[in-house]
Ligand binder design. Structure first.
Ligand code: DGJ
Length: 728
C-alpha cells in the first residue's frame, strides 16, 4: 500500500516486507529517506540530516544548511546547486539547462496504468498493486514531470518511471531522462553487474564501490552481450543467502546507462535509464515523453532472495500470453546440425528421429528463405527458397506435423542484406547517415524501425509467412549492433532520437505480431543472448541464452543469467561434441543436465547419434517431461558458484515444498578429493524427503543444515542429479 502522511508530509510505499519512504520539504523538493525492511516510524523526518558544507551552496536563504548538493533526492537535476550526476537534463528554448522541478500535487490509486508504447510489468487485478504519481513542475519553462511509483505488495517489488510533459509555450530538448534515482545516505556497498561478450554473456562481477562514478552501459543500439541493463548494490557482507541487496533492472532493450556516484560525503546516488550518450529528444508544447520502467527489488535475504523476487515477478507479471503459464515444449533446432546446408529430406530425417525420441517441436533455423546459402545475402526477402524446399514451407510443415511434431521457424525481421530484393527496392529503409559509409556487420544493415512504413512492411512480411502454414514457434534473431544511427525520415534536429524511436518501433512490431498470433511461442535471440532483457520478455517469454552451448561454459552463463531472469526464460540446448564454440568434449549426461536446468532442447544432428546415445536422449526427454514444471515454475536456489570454484550446483523447489530437484556439476577431476557434502536450501525443515532414485529418507533439516553426500564422480566435466519428494 501507499499512503501520504500530511503531518510529516511523507510518502510511505509499502510492500509486504519492505518500506520506501520519501518526504516533501517545504521548499517543494522531494527528499529520499529510506528503503529497506518494512518499518512504521511515527515520524520518519529524523532520517533526513544535513549540515552546511563548504562548496555546497545553500539553496534556501531561510535554511542556510540546506543544499541540493547534499540533499538525498528522488529526482535531482543539475545547474541549480547539485553537482552530482543528475537524473535529468533539459535544454530550454533560450539555450539554458538550469531548471528545477518543484512539487505540485500527487495522487494515489489502485492498480498500475500501462506505459504507452513500452513494455512494463502489469497487474491482472487492480488490488495487486498501488500506484503513486507525483507531479512536479519547473514554473519558468512550464515543463512538468510525473514520477510514477508502483508497489507490488505481495511480490515485494517497486517499479518507477517518469513522464515529461511540456506544458510550456516553447519547444525544449530532453538531453537526459533517467527512469529513477535514489540517493542512499551511505556508500558502503558492493556493486554487482552482469557483463561479458558474445558467447560469454552475463558473467557475474562484484566489487566495492569507490569514490566517483561507476557505471555499465550500452551504446550498441541493443541492451547487448557486453552489459545487461541491471545492477545491484549489496552490503559488503551480503552473501547468496543473507544480507541486504538492492536490485535495479531496466525494462528496455536499447542503449542504457546504469550508474552509481559515490560523492565527497560518501553517499551513493544510483540512477538507471536510457543512455543519455548520443540521445536527445525534441519536446514540442503539449508533447509528452515516457521513460522506460525500472524494477527495484530489496531483499534482506541475499542475492538469492533478490533473484527469487525478480523470477516470480517477471515470470508472472512481465511475461505474457498463453505460454506464460504453460510448460514449454522440448525442441530440436537444426542450426548446429546443418547450418545453412539442408534440404527437405534432411530436415525430415532429423524431425523423424526427434519424434522417435519424444521431442515435441522442430525448429527450422536460418537459411530457409531467399538465396541464403551463407550469411551474406537475402535478409529481408522472406520467401521460401525453393532450391532447398521445392515443395514450399506449407508442405514441409505438413510433413513435420504429420509426424506428430509442431513446427517452428527462424526470422531476423529487423535486418536487411545489401544483397536482397528488399534493399534494391528500398535502399533508404536502413539506418544510415547521408554520404557516409554504411558499415556492414555480418554483411547486413539494420532496417530503420523508427519509420512507420518500414515497421508496417515488416509486420506484413512476417505475418504473410506466419499465416502461410501452421507455425507454432518463432525464433526472433538480431545479429548486429547499430552504426551510422540516422533516419532518412527524421529532420536534422531529431536525428538523435533515432535509436530510441527504433526501440519504440520494434516494440510496436513485436506487440502487433505477438497479439496477431497468440498461439505462437516466440523466443527472443540476438546472436545468442545479446538482447536478454526484460523489454524482450514482455513480448517473448523465452530467450536463447547464448550461442555458446558448451556445457561447462553454460554453467557460468546460466548462473549469471539466473541472477535476474526466471529459469523458464533461459533457452538451453544439448549440442554435439567437440563443442562448436570451444571444442570441448563433455559427456551427453553432463550436457543434458546443464540444458535441463533451463528451457530444454537439442541442437545437433540426432540421426548421427549411436543407439546408446539415443537411449540416453530418450531418457533425458522423458525425465525433462517429468521435471519441467518444477524447473520452469519452481523456486530457484543457487548452491555453489562456478565463478569462485571448481563446482557448480543449483536446485529447484516447488511452491508447496513437496518436490525438489538438485543439480551438481564438477568441472575438473581432483586427486584425493575430500569427502564433500552439498547443503540444500528452501526445503521444509520439519518434513521427511525421499531421494527418489535410491529410496533413502532424509529430514529436510538435515539436507539443509548437515548436507547431502556428494558421490565420487570420476573424470572431468561430471554431473549428478537428486530428485527429492516429500513423504506424507
Ligand atoms: C545467431 C543465433 O544465436 C543462432 O542460434 C542462429 O540462429 C544464427 N544466428 C543463425 O544465423
Amino acid at each position: 500500500m501507499i499512503y501520504f502522511d500530511p503531518l510529516t508530509k511523507s510518502f510511505h510505499l509499502q510492500t509486504n516486507k519492505t518500506s520506501y519512504i520519501f518526504q516533501l520539504l517545504n521548499q517543494g523538493y522531494l527528499a529520499h529517506l529510506y528503503w529497506g525492511r518494512r518499518i512504521s516510524p511515527p515520524d520518519p523526518s529524523y532520517l533526513l540530516r544535513y549540515v552546511g558544507r563548504a562548496f555546497s551552496p545553500s539553496t534556501d536563504p531561510s535554511d542556510l544548511n540546506l543544499s541540493l548538493d547534499t540533499l538525498p533526492q528522488e529526482y535531482p537535476g543539475y545547474g541549480t546547486s547539485d553537482f552530482r550526476q543528475p537524473a535529468y537534463q533539459v535544454q530550454l528554448h533560450n539555450g539554458s539547462t538550469a531548471i528545477e522541478f518543484l512539487y505540485k500535487s500527487h495522487r494515489i490509486f489502485q492498480g498500475k496504468p500501462k506505459l504507452e508504447g513500452l513494455p512494463a510489468t502489469y497487474v491482472e487485478n487492480q488490488d495487486e498493486a498501488t500506484t503513486l504519481e507525483v507531479h512536479l513542475q519547473d514554473s519558468i519553462s512550464g515543463l512538468s514531470v510525473l514520477l510514477s511509483y508502483t508497489v507490488f505488495e505481495e511480490l515485494n517489488a517497486i517499479t518507477r518511471s517518469v513522464r515529461f510533459i511540456n506544458e510550456g509555450k516553447d519547444p525544449l530538448r530532453l538531453l537526459r531522462v533517467q527512469s529513477m534515482n535514489i540517493d542512499f545516505h551511505h556508500a558502503l556497498f558492493d556493486i554487482l553487474h552482469l557483463s561479458g561478450a558474445w558467447a560469454k554473456e552475463r558473467w557475474v562481477y562484484r566489487q566495492p564501490l569507490r569514490p566517483g562514478i561507476q557505471s555499465v552501459e550500452s551504446r550498441r543500439g541493443a541492451s547487448s552481450h557486453q552489459h545487461n541493463p541491471f545492477i545491484a548494490l549489496l552490503d559488503p557482507n551480503a552473501t547468496e543467502d543473507t544480507g541486504d541487496v538492492y536490485g535495479f533492472s531496466l525494462v528496455y532493450s536499447g542503449n542504457f546507462l546504469a550508474s552509481v556516484e559515490v560523492d565527497q560525503y560518501s553517499t551513493a546516488r544510483v540512477s538507471l535509464g536510457i543512455n543519455p550518450f548520443d540521445f536527445s529528444w525534441l519536446l514540442e508544447p503539449g508533447e509528452e515523453f515516457q521513460t522506460p520502467e525500472v524494477v527495484m527489488v530489496y531483499s534482506p535475504e541475499g542475492l538469492g532472495g533478490m533473484s527469487r523476487i525478480y523470477h516470480r515477478l517477471y515470470r508472472t507479471r512481465l511475461c505474457r500470453g498463453v505460454y506464460r503459464d504453460q510448460v514449454r515444449p522440448i525442441l530440436v533446432n537444426n542450426w548446429e546440425a546443418t547450418y545453412f546446408h539442408f534440404n527437405e529430406d534432411k530436415l525430415c530425417q532429423i524431425a523423424e528421429q526427434a519424434k522417435e525420441l519424444g521431442i515435441e517441436l522442430f525448429v527450422l533455423d536460418d537459411g530457409w528463405f531467399g538465396q541464403r546459402d551463407n550469411d551474406r545475402t537475402s535478409l529481408g526477402d522472406w520467401i521460401v527458397d525453393r532450391k532447398k524446399l521445392p515443395n514450399g514451407l506449407e508442405s514441409l510443415v505438413q510433413r513435420i506435423n504429420d509426424m506428430g511434431l509442431q513446427f517452428g521457424l527462424w526470422f531476423e525481421p529487423e535486418m536487411v542484406s545489401p544483397e536482397s530484393e528488399l534493399y534494391k527496392n528500398h535502399p533508404d529503409w536502413c539506418l544510415h547517415v547521408p554520404d557516409r559509409r554504411r558499415t556492414e556487420s555480418r554483411w547486413q544493415l539494420i532496417l530503420d524501425f523508427s519509420r512507420e512504413e518500414v515497421c508496417d512492411a515488416v509486420i506484413k512480411m512476417v505475418s504473410d509467412v506466419l499465416t502461410s502454414a501452421p507455425i507454432r514457434y518463432v525464433k526472433w534473431d538480431m545479429n548486429r549492433h547499430m552504426t551510422e544511427i540516422g533516419s532518412a525520415a527524421l529532420p536534422s534536429e531529431r536525428q538523435r532520437e533515432t535509436a530510441h524511436r527504433y526501440m519504440l518501433g520494434l516494440y510496436r512490431v513485436m506487440e502487433e505480431i505477438t497479439s496477431k498470433f497468440p498461439h505462437i511461442l516466440f523466443e527472443g535471440c540476438s546472436g545468442g543472448g545479446g538482447r536478454f532483457d526484460p523489454g524482450i520478455l514482455y513480448y517473448m517469454s523465452q530467450i536463447w541464452t547464448s550461442d555458446n552451448s558448451d556445457a561447462i561454459e553454460r554453467l557460468k552463463i546460466q548462473y549469471g543469467t539466473s541472477i535476474v531472469y526466471p529459469i523458464s526464460t533461459i533457452g538451453a540446448h544439448v549440442t554435439a561434441v567437440p563443442n562448436h564454440q570451444v571444442h570441448r568434449v563433455t559427456s551427453l549426461k553432463t550436457r543434458g543436465d546443464v540444458a535441463m536446468s533451463g528451457n530444454f532442447g537439442y541442437e545437433l544432428d540426432l540421426t548421427l547419434l549411436t543407439a546408446e546415445e539415443k537411449d540416453l536422449v530418450r531418457q533425458q526427454v522423458n525425465q525433462y517431461k517429468e521435471i519441467r514444471n518444477l524447473v520452469q515454475k519452481g523456486e530457484f536456489y543457487r548452491l555453489l558458484n562456478p565463478f569462485t570454484g571448481n563446482e557448480c550446483a543449483w536446485m529447484f523447489v516447488s511452491d508447496d515444498q513437496c518436490e525438489a530437484l538438485v543439480f551438481y556439476f564438477k568441472v575438473l577431476a581432483q586427486p584425493n578429493e575430500p569427502l564433500k557434502r552439498l547443503y540444500l536450501k528452501g526445503l521444509d525443515p520439519n518434513a521427511l524427503y525421499e531421494w527418489i532414485e535410491s529410496g533413502e529418507i532424509y529430514g529436510g533439516d538435515s539436507l539443509m543444515y548437515a548436507g547431502i553426500n556428494i558421490p565420487f564422480l570420476h573424470g572431468d566435466f561430471t554431473s549428478f542429479v537428486w530428485r527429492l519428494k516429500k513423504r506424507n
